[in-house]
Design a protein around this ligand. Structure first.
Ligand code: FA5
Length: 348
């Protein structure tokens, strides 16, 4: 076979291979094999030294023509394969924006936090400020400034966890009243504050008592505040949380820091007032203590008790949550059992 025929054969077989190849790596392999220095064209051209002077340039030109034909065929095929690959990738990555999304399970605030948030919204809407305090308190703010000097029997009403002689885990949120009185300047207007937080007592745990629970304190101090303001505020709050139909009663009571003092009870959610083990057969559950701020408390806070007066209340957040949602054991709030907590998942 002449050199020319060999070259023509090479062109035909290489073109067929180039057309058949389906991936870019294999195509590159063909390029190296066919056009490379060790490839068949170079091999055929080596035989050119045996040709006559007249034929050599012709065969050389023919060989170059074949080389550029094959190079072109390889480039064309490469462009085709690249386009195919890009199309396949695009098809694979196509996003159907009409498909429904995967819903992500979100966490939800603890049910006690939900009750606190609800109360904060209500009171902020009435112009109250939310005040924070200290879980570790000193005796002065927890007792003394609240008209409970050392050895006052009322200290026994709230069995206390002491840290040192002077420091303790706060037993109620009322110390924040004392702190607010101390720091307030009436030039800036009256005191209207609430203060939700965690408190600690050496109470024995049962269905309605916990040794750590949540309270929210509220205090209003201004000129001409009366018991009617207190009653209206508490009725409004309780009806907001429990609905207009819930029965409530104000019962005379005693707190050293208020005079007169009341406790507020709500009809039992379990027995509707008939008497059961949740309400200890009384039909009522106590949810808050309140009263008109004692002049000694105002004086201890540096406030002129002849000019200013007001009311204060302290409500049990846990008891509110129990009554609102029909939870019959306060300990459920602290067990972190997700089956219990999931019942209070908020939408949205
Ligand atoms: C007080 O703690 C007063 N500081 C409240 C107060 C503030 C009165 C301002 C007057 C003026 P008491 O000890 O009654 O009061 O507690 C208030 C509320 O906390 C109770 O009505 C009850 O709802 C809740 N509470 C009391 N002890 C517990 C307990 N061991 N577990 C759960 N909730 C409790």
């Amino acid at each position: 076979m002449s050199l020319k025929e060999q070259l023509e054969n090479l062109r035909q077989t290489s073109l067929q291979e180039i057309q058949k190849v389906v991936d870019l790596d294999a195509l590159n392999q063909i390029r190296v094999e066919v056009l490379g220095k060790k490839g068949p064209i170079t091999e055929v051209l080596r035989g050119m030294r045996n040709l006559s002077n007249e034929e050599r340039p012709k065969v050389g030109a023919f060989a170059n023509e074949i080389k550029s034909d094959l190079a072109e065929a390889i480039e064309t095929r490469k462009a085709e394969l690249e386009a195919k690959k890009a199309a396949a990738q695009l098809a694979h990555e196509t996003l159907d924006v009409t498909l429904p999304g995967q819903s992500i399970k979100k966490g939800t605030p603890h049910v006690l936090t939900q009750v606190i948030d609800d109360l904060e919204d209500l009171f902020v809407g009435m112009g109250y400020q939310v005040v924070a305090g200290y879980e570790v308190e000193d005796e002065r703010h927890n007792f003394e400034m609240l008209n409970m000097p050392a050895n006052h029997p009322a200290r026994d009403m709230q069995d206390t966890f002491y840290i040192t002689n002077d420091l303790l885990m706060r037993t109620h949120m009322s110390p924040n009243e004392a702190r607010d009185l101390e720091n307030h300047d009436f030039k800036n207007g009256p005191i209207k504050m609430i203060s939700p937080g965690r408190v600690y007592r050496r109470d024995t745990d049962d269905a309605t008592h916990s040794h750590q629970f949540y309270q929210m304190e509220g205090q209003v101090i201004d000129k001409n505040i009366t018991m009617a303001d207190l009653k209206g505020t508490l009725e409004y709050t309780i009806h907001h949380i429990f609905g207009e139909d819930r029965d409530l009663r104000f019962r005379p009571s005693y707190f050293p820091f208020t005079e007169p003092s009341v406790e507020v009870d709500i009809s039992c959610f379990r027995c509707d007032g008939k008497g059961c083990n949740v309400c200890k057969q009384t039909g009522w559950i106590e949810v808050l203590g309140a009263g008109m701020t004692h002049p000694n408390v105002l004086k201890a806070g540096g406030v002129d008790a002849d000019v200013y007066g007001g009311f204060a209340f302290g409500l049990g957040i846990d008891r509110f949550a129990m009554l609102k949602y029909g939870v019959d054991d306060i300990r459920n709030f602290y067990l972190n059992d997700v089956r219990f907590l999931n019942q209070f998942t908020q939408e949205g």
